[in-house]
Design a protein around this ligand. Structure first.
Ligand code: KMH
Ligand code: ZN
Length: 268
């Protein structure tokens, strides 16, 4: 049976009911998601009001609480729309326990907003990750960003295995369609892994198609959507459980954190 990983991004920017915000709430939700099958958690450096900040105190407490109970892989974010500088956006990399971090490979519109990731900032974050032995997960919003990743690989800023995450369905960016996902999957080099997140998640069959196309992982969570295939979830655990059921119903098996770590080539 092919192994598949489930990632969870539990904290949304929208302050909806059930969105965990305090260190304890995020840690408890993450631990419950790990029990439901998630092997990696994607976390931003936020304060307890959910605002993206430079100060890592809530983030550190969250990581420590998770670590006491679970071996889930911790992914820090260098992304998110904010007024933070490039240096302020990567304070997660300084926190013990962070093994993977997102690296956004270019700029895109999000609705009426503009999500800026300039080439010089991308190189800066890639260097910071390399210096700390933190594995980048390459956030891809459109096909040109894969080209940029391959360019950074040529420059020695990225190493094998390359980990791609196709972030699809954001308003104004590449939609979450089967053909689009297939096209992106064919651009990634042999030996690389790719995963998907579907902003809004109105079409559950898209996730099934991504799995059939060879997705290494599916990411769900309130950061990307609190509904799934028309159903509004009350917690991240519900989203993880729904995807876990999909994975096993399709005849795949769910990877635990240790196996996911090995497959991703993580050092820790
Ligand atoms: N929430 C999206 C903007 C990141 O944090 O680096 C995708 C994302 C990027 O998770
Ligand atoms: Zn994020």
């Amino acid at each position: 049976m092919r192994p598949v990983a489930i990632y969870v991004a539990p904290v949304g920017a929208e302050l909806i009911e059930g969105n965990p915000l305090t260190a304890r709430e995020i840690a408890e939700e993450t631990i419950a998601c790990a029990r439901a099958g998630a092997s990696l958690v994607h976390l931003h450096v936020r304060d307890e009001q959910g605002k993206l900040v430079e100060d890592t105190s809530v983030f550190k407490q969250t990581v420590d609480m998770i670590r006491r109970e679970s071996d889930i892989i911790i992914q820090g974010s260098t992304g998110g729309m904010s007024d933070l500088s490039a240096a302020q956006r990567c304070t997660a990399l300084q926190v013990d326990g962070v093994e993977v971090a997102t690296l956004n490979l270019g700029s895109t519109n999000f609705g009426e907003g503009v999500y800026i990731n300039s080439p010089s900032d991308i190189r800066y974050w890639a260097r910071e990750m390399k210096a700390r032995g933190i594995k980048p997960e390459l956030q891809i919003f459109e096909p040109g960003m894969i080209e940029t990743a391959l360019q950074l690989f040529q420059e020695g800023l990225l190493e094998d295995p390359l980990l791609f995450n196709f972030a699809l369905g954001f308003p104004g960016a590449m939609p979450a369609t089967v053909k689009g996902c297939l096209y992106l999957s064919e651009l990634v080099p042999d030996g690389a892994h790719w995963s998907v997140l579907h902003h809004g998640m109105d079409d559950f069959s898209f996730l099934a198609a991504a799995l059939a196309m060879g997705a290494f992982a599916i990411r769900v969570g309130f950061e990307d959507s609190h509904s799934i295939g028309g159903y509004t979830a009350k917690s991240n655990v519900e989203l993880v459980s729904r995807v876990a059921r999909l994975v096993t119903d399709l005849g795949y098996r769910i990877m635990n954190p240790a196996e996911t770590r090995r497959q991703l080539g993580l050092k820790s």
